[in-house]
Design a protein around this ligand. Structure first.
Ligand code: HEM
Length: 412
């Protein structure tokens, strides 16, 4: 159990997010938080956090909060520091990221890419995902052991999202490298070196994407990037910067979380000692198993929102315009008010949706794709390698936001 101190009366919690006991097993700390004060001021972070399912679900949908604040206030007004010059390229690539926009800019971009990600479209990828899963397993099935993240969990999602966008699959190693270096920015207090490196990765990524976009303009294909280049919304096309931002977000978001979800799911199922044959016996059982993996072993534990105006929340929590709040998706998924015996992996449960894909305006656009990748790849993996087991207890990454494994060594 991590060192956690809770002042219930003042609703203050002190916990070090870099404490291995915490990031290895945040569910234990969440149980304490749920029992004592699910809405709390996190001392180390100096802001309010919410762990309760109903709070997280409602605040994600609450239009008094947004992912962005600079559309309703200036930096000066809010006392925010100026952008850091050494993050120029990183900021430029984030500028038109759907995740960082609010309506109407968000609506315009989201509408344009949404069609490609609706379930009907995504279903067409089924044979591709199945073939790729089998092909990757063929590569190591006879070895008796494998490190699953590098050989499988990482390759599958990046290949699929690159194909969807019409990006050459040979670029996958670069895409993974740029993406890993950029997402390190989302840990608490990234170091100067992390920032510099993320900026360099963003510059290289943007140069690469601009090259692909120019190529698509010359030679349009039957892919999402071409669709984004040629589509018009209200007589307007996407600018070069909007195209690069959107492509970068889709590529990064299209694999970072899914990699960890595949890893977390395999570990969870193996440690549960439940029979994979039963977990995946029918499509309906597989669906329940995937949802329980998403609930119990979510890869993304926290997202933030800005108060867009002064807000008074229930329970006397007062926020000023520009204040940030933290929404603990990973904790909401184990709220005992919503899920009975929440810290037990129990794929037969039917207590409603988890919040692993968020909710409201920014609800994960890739949820149907991620779900299909999980629904197909997990049963194939367990069917092809029925005797696989953990070689050792896998190490969890030192990054509270991205709950995932360093590596996942399996033997059979
Ligand atoms: C298990 C895998 C995944 C998880 C757990 C996940 C989770 C999330 C969450 C929680 C959000 C909302 C963030 C917020 O409200 O601030 C989000 C947004 C988003 N996700 Fe995913 N995601 C996954 C896979 C994917 C995939 C495969 C794609 C592929 C395109 C994707 C693309 C996006 C995009 C573009 C957004 C921003 C949507 C918006 O702001 O309107 N995600 N994701």
């Amino acid at each position: 159990m991590p060192a956690i101190s809770i002042d219930r009366g003042q609703r203050r919690v002190s916990i070090d997010a870099r404490d291995p006991a915490f990031f290895r097993d945040p569910l234990a700390a969440y149980a304490e938080i749920h029992a004592q004060c699910p809405a709390f001021f996190w001392e180390e972070r100096q802001q309010w956090y919410f762990a309760g399912y109903d709070d997280v679900n409602a605040l994600l949908r609450d239009r008094r909060f947004g992912r962005q604040i600079l559309h309703v206030a200036t930096r000066e007004e809010l006392g925010l520091p100026s952008p850091k010059p050494h993050l120029k390229d990183f900021d430029a690539l984030e500028e038109y990221s759907l995740l960082e926009l609010e309506p109407p800019a968000h609506t315009r971009l989201r509408t344009l890419v949404n069609r490609a990600f609706v379930s009907r479209q995504i279903e067409q990828l089924r044979p591709d995902i199945e073939r790729l899963s089998h092909g990757l397993i063929d590569g190591f099935a006879d070895d008796g052991e494998v490190e699953l993240l590098k050989t499988f969990a990482e390759v599958l999602p990046v290949t699929i999202i690159a194909r969807m966008l019409g990006i050459p699959v040979e670029a996958a190693p670069d895409l993974l490298d740029w993406s890993h270096r950029m997402v390190r920015m989302y840990v608490f207090n990234p170091s100067y070196e992390t920032e510099l490196d993320a900026n360099r990765a963003s510059a290289d990524f943007a140069t690469y994407l601009r090259g692909v976009i120019a190529e698509k303009r010359r030679k349009p294909g039957d892919d999402l990037l071409t669709h984004m280049i040629t589509s018009e919304k209200d007589g307007e096309r996407l600018s070069e910067a909007e195209l690069a931002s959107t492509a970068a977000l889709l590529l990064n978001a299209g694999h970072e979380a899914t990699v960890h979800q595949i890893g977390n799911a395999v570990k969870t199922i193996l440690q549960s000692r439940l029979s994979a044959n039963e977990l995946f016996v029918t499509e309906a059982a597989t669906q329940l198993t995937v949802e329980e993996c998403l609930r119990f072993a979510a890869p993304l534990h926290i997202f933030q929102r800005y108060a867009l105006s002064d807000v008074e929340l229930d329970g006397g929590i007062t926020l000023r315009k520009g204040d940030k709040i933290g929404l603990l998706l990973g904790a909401a998924n184990v709220d005992p008010k919503k899920f009975a015996t929440p810290n037990v992996f129990q794929p037969t449960r039917d207590e409603g949706a988890n919040v692993s894909f968020g909710a409201g305006l920014h609800f994960c656009i890739g949820a149907p794709l991620a779900r299909l990748e999980l629904k197909l790849s997990l049963p194939i993996l367990f069917e092809r390698l029925p005797n696989m087991r953990l070689k050792c207890e896998p190490d969890v990454k030192d990054a509270f936001h991205f709950h995932g494994l360093e590596r996942l060594d399996l033997i059979w």
